[in-house]
Ligand binder design. Sequence first.
Ligand SMILES: O=c1nc[nH]c2c1ncn2[C@H]1C[C@H](O)[C@@H](COP(=O)(O)OP(=O)(O)OP(=O)(O)O)O1
Ligand SMILES: [Mg+2]
Length: 198
Amino acid sequence: MKALTELVLASHNAGKLKELQAMLGDAVRVRSVAEFSSHEPEETGLSFVENAILKARHAARVSGLPALADDSGLAVDALGGAPGIRSARYADGLGDAANNAKLLAALQDVPDAERGAQFVCALALVQHADDPLPIICEGLWHGRILHEPRGEGGFGYDPLFWVPERECASAELASTEKNQLSHRARAMALLKQRLALA
Ligand SMILES: O=c1nc[nH]c2c1ncn2[C@H]1C[C@H](O)[C@@H](COP(=O)(O)OP(=O)(O)OP(=O)(O)O)O1
Ligand SMILES: [Mg+2]
């Protein structure tokens, strides 16, 4: 494979972009897809992997560069894995606060022992828009859904995600710590191994 020197990140989510950039470090020159297009492709896939691939292909197409996409979300055991691939759209596009409120309402009467959940991250890297062999890496992060939000860090569902190994909410972790533990960190570690950047 051609050495990777420049990469476009196929995301419009500021929280994700910050984390991905921090994890990639200085190994590659990173651009954002927003430099090339404000259009966000519809996430029509039935899986995180499919959505990551379609976002990566779109970013590669508009930039002419290799592209890395992240499709991620929260799968809650008591909700049969919902909101899952619909995590960003759970409260019909009203944003993170509305998503979190809807999740708390859905779990209102669910006891702690049944509040297990995992964050899921699928990373897809394509060399060009029609790349027949995308590199796919996935990461999971197991935790539990809290009864109320805690912490100011992170983004998305972080204030509701209890991290058993640190005994705090994900939004209470330092960003450096979240970036070592998270679903995204795990997927990125695998990707770096695949690319021999680790
Ligand atoms: O570390 C995380 N901490 C908290 N919440 C998170 C995390 N990782 C994903 N999430 C949530 C945010 C959003 O509700 C959904 C991702 O949806 P997803 O479609 O992949 O991203 P997005 O639409 O925000 O940006 P984009 O598609 O442009 O990358 O999962
Ligand atoms: Mg999205």
